[in-house]
Design a protein around this ligand. Structure first.
Ligand SMILES: Cc1cc2nc3c(=O)[nH]c(=O)nc-3n(C[C@H](O)[C@H](O)[C@H](O)COP(=O)(O)OP(=O)(O)OC[C@H]3O[C@@H](n4cnc5c(N)ncnc54)[C@H](O)[C@@H]3O)c2cc1C
Length: 265
């Protein structure tokens, strides 16, 4: 069902966040989640449909100091072909390589993958491993206001994030990985690359003299109600299994570990 009355295609960030003040707006980026979800009746398109694809401030992949900024509108194809990403964030390229077909990759945006918050979202795994932060913009008064938070705290459940209705995701910021950083992504699905994952896993850490430390594991799942979770252990020798404590769900345990080890600012 839809209550759509207006279509709006802003050409600046100010126009977009001004429009979001209304609270009754559906944001459209590549439309590869939104279109099938609204056709299947799983979501309701609100009174205003706002197409953000003509806002230059939301595009681009750049090096800013010691971090890589990826605009929310960067498509999966742009990300996997960009020299900065290929040089510094190969695990993100690996995940993009497993992402759908060429047609979907050409339209699907990074921001859409994050805001859809599916536990099967392929880019979420490497971004969690890489300590990415998301930047959000809003206009509470007459002025543009931006704030950021770690991706690890952005998600509150499958399909749910901390983004408020009047906020727009503008970009993702990823610190340049330190020396010796290694990370890998693996995805299992019924038809690899053309289907959502059944389960995906990413492992990262610092490799020095054959010993892997600062190990971080992130995993996600789609399909049968399985849930994504992440976990981290500080000193983890290569080949030794990380055994999480019993007694909590994976998700709660994972959040506990991230917070208790000072991952949040
Ligand atoms: C055939 C097919 C195969 C697919 N395969 C995969 C796959 O292998 N791996 C995978 O991870 N995904 C897959 N997907 C899902 C989808 O392509 C991705 O999640 C994609 O990244 C969504 O991006 P989009 O730009 O199309 O988002 P949209 O559909 O435009 O938006 C998705 C959601 O995010 C919101 N949104 C978008 N941008 C912003 C923003 N800047 N600020 C706030 N909210 C925003 C929208 O309002 C909407 O709720 C597949 C989809 C299809 C149809």
């Amino acid at each position: 069902m839809t209550e759509l009355k207006h279509y709006f295609a802003p050409t600046s960030l100010d126009q977009a966040v001004e429009c979001l003040k209304d609270g009754d707006v559906t944001i459209l980026a590549g439309g590869t989640d939104l279109t099938p979800q609204s056709q299947a009746g799983r979501i309701r398109i609100k009174r205003t449909l706002m197409n953000i694809r003509h806002i230059p401030q939301l595009s681009g992949i750049t090096l800013e100091g010691r971090e890589i900024r990826i605009g929310t509108l960067a498509t999966i194809t742009e990300i996997m072909e960009h020299p900065l990403v290929r040089q510094h964030l190969p695990v993100l390229v690996e995940a993009c390589n497993h992402f759908a077909s060429d047609q979907i990759r050409n339209a699907a945006t990074l921001g859409g993958n994050i805001c859809n918050a599916s536990p099967a979202g392929d880019t979420l795994i490497p971004l969690l491993l890489l300590d990415a932060r998301v930047e959000l913009a809003s206009m509470p008064e007459a002025k543009l206001y931006r704030h950021s938070m770690p991706l690890a705290t952005f998600f509150v459940g499958p399909g749910k994030t901390r983004r408020s209705l009047c906020e727009l995701l503008t970009c993702v910021r990823i610190p340049l990985p330190g020396e010796g950083h290694v990370a890998h992504f693996h995805k299992l699905g019924t038809r690899p690359a053309l289907d959502i994952s059944t389960i995906s896993i990413g492992i990262g850490g610092t490799l020095r003299e054959g010993v892997l430390t600062n190990v971080r594991v992130a995993f996600g799942a789609g399909g049968t109600g399985a849930r994504g979770a992440e976990a981290r252990c500080r000193h983890h020798r290569q080949g030794r299994r990380h055994r999480p404590r019993r007694g909590r769900t994976d998700r709660r345990r994972a959040r506990h570990r991230l917070v208790s080890q000072g991952n949040d600012p």
